[in-house]
Design a protein around this ligand. Structure first.
Ligand code: HAM
Length: 418
């Protein structure tokens, strides 16, 4: 038996209801905020991710699926969507069409991480990006959209954590202060942190190792080192969130695992998810487009982990897909006639099913029950000779015999009031 790859899951037909629900709702909610869908390839040149996500990050250091193609080019399966969307934005000069672009995407991402609950090697993200808008209103609009989407799909127990990471004016000063602080505590740090604190001191704040957490307990806060502009931007974001009644917590320890962030960063976390508690995350990346060779425009976005969303979904809120009709036939002639009735029902847009293999009445009724068909039609030899059909409403428990000529008008009436 050839099995699938570790950490890469099949999404089976029984699970599809939830996926369709999430995807349908995302389109409705995001469109109402003026976002348009973009689809970018799953493969990109490796350099794109090194330059945008950052060489010193876990993603680029150890988690990318990178290989040489037959021409010797280094390619990478995208570990996230932002870099690819920015590449496309620059390549197709989308900035020349609209000063502000609001884009979203849905699709698989790939990271070579250790699989566990909520963490996979192929996973799916719903991402959204606002490019070309510097105003804190964009930050709040994006967070509002995220919250409205969660509300729409019935997720109420995620907490918004908010931080600001400053800008190229104030970050270097904070960075140096943090390096000085960490240098004085090196003995208490794990090997990873000791190795990379000079290049990426902020990651030390985010290290999950208990000793590192303890050593950094009283590390200087980034929020005390913001310049006046960043501080003002962050204050406006918090004020507007409060005005929109969007609850949030400020977490000055939150550091994102990607290097492109500036100013506002955030995560939606939930206690229900266990160790992998972030169901969505994002932030501003005001220098990213320029660093990839595009114009100096700002950007902000988020990505939601769909597998984690599904872990949080209340199954009872999902719409159930039931056949409108199940057609039971008895005998060969009824099977033929039933098949042409079935085809007509499907042409009319009804969800109709039947059994083709001539099973017993009992077996066919069992199948109709299992599928939770709303209406069961029974066509036997007797009914055929009388040009009639039995119609059983499974929800009401009623059963009538009607003329076959009346079938479609009656179905139209019965199924329209469901
Ligand atoms: P990220 O924090 O790396 O950000 O990922 C966003 C979300 O994707 C996470 O909060 C989590 O729900 C989900 N996720 C990440 N890795 C895995 C995994 N291995 N298995 C399952 N789910 C996972 C980004 O990717 C940024 N591109 C977000 C962004 C957009 N920032 C600005 N714009």
């Amino acid at each position: 038996m050839i099995t699938g790859i570790k950490g890469m899951n099949d999404i089976l037909p029984t699970e599809m209801e939830a996926w369709h629900f999430l995807e349908n709702q995302v389109r409705e909610v995001f469109h109402s905020f003026g976002f348009k869908e973009i689809r970018v390839p799953a493969l990109e040149k490796t350099e794109l991710f090194c330059r945008s996500i950052g060489d010193d990050t876990d993603i680029v250091e150890k988690e990318m699926y990178t290989f040489l193609d037959k021409s010797g080019h280094s390619l990478t399966l995208r570990p996230e969507g932002t870099a690819s969307v920015m590449r496309s934005y620059i390549e197709h000069k989308l900035y020349a069409q609209n000063q502000v672009e609001r884009l979203y995407y849905v699709g698989p991402m790939f990271r070579y991480e250790r699989p566990q609950k909520g963490r996979y090697r192929q996973f799916h993200q719903i991402g959204a990006e606002i490019i070309g808008e510097n105003s804190p209103l964009a930050d709040v609009q994006l967070l509002n959209m995220l919250c409205r989407y969660f509300e729409r799909i019935g997720i109420t127990d995620a907490t918004l954590q908010l931080n600001s990471l400053g800008c190229p004016d104030c970050r270097p000063g904070y960075r140096q202060t943090l390096i000085d602080f960490i240098s004085s505590r090196l003995d208490g740090l794990c090997t990873d942190c000791r190795r990379r604190y000079q290049h990426n001191p902020l990651r030390v704040l985010d290290c999950k190792v208990e000793e590192c957490r303890r050593a950094c307990q009283d590390a200087p806060s980034v929020l005390d080192h913001l310049c006046a502009d960043c501080s003002g931007h962050f204050a406006t974001v918090r004020r507007l969130l409060t005005e929109l009644a969007i609850p949030f917590e400020v977490n000055n320890r939150m550091v994102r695992g990607l290097d492109y962030y500036t100013r506002t960063t955030f995560e939606m976390v939930s206690g229900r998810l266990g160790a992998q508690n972030a169901v969505a995350a994002g932030g501003r990346y005001d220098g990213l487009v320029a660093s990839l060779g595009g114009p100096a425009v700002s950007g902000i976005g988020f990505a939601i982990g769909m597998e984690r969303l599904i872990l949080m979904l209340d199954e009872s809120t999902l719409p159930v897909s039931r056949p409108d009709l199940f057609l039971v036939t008895l005998g060969e002639k009824a099977l033929d006639r039933g098949f042409s009735l079935l085809s007509r029902m499907q042409r009319e847009g009804l969800h109709a099913e039947m059994d083709f293999s001539g099973k017993s009445l009992k077996a066919q009724m069992r199948r109709a029950d299992k599928l939770q068909a709303r209406v069961v039609l029974i066509l036997g030899e007797d009914e055929l000779t009388r040009n009639q059909i039995q119609i059983r409403d499974m929800d009401r428990g009623s059963q009538d015999t009607i003329d076959l000529d009346q079938l479609f008008p009656i179905l139209g009436e019965r199924l329209s009031d469901i």
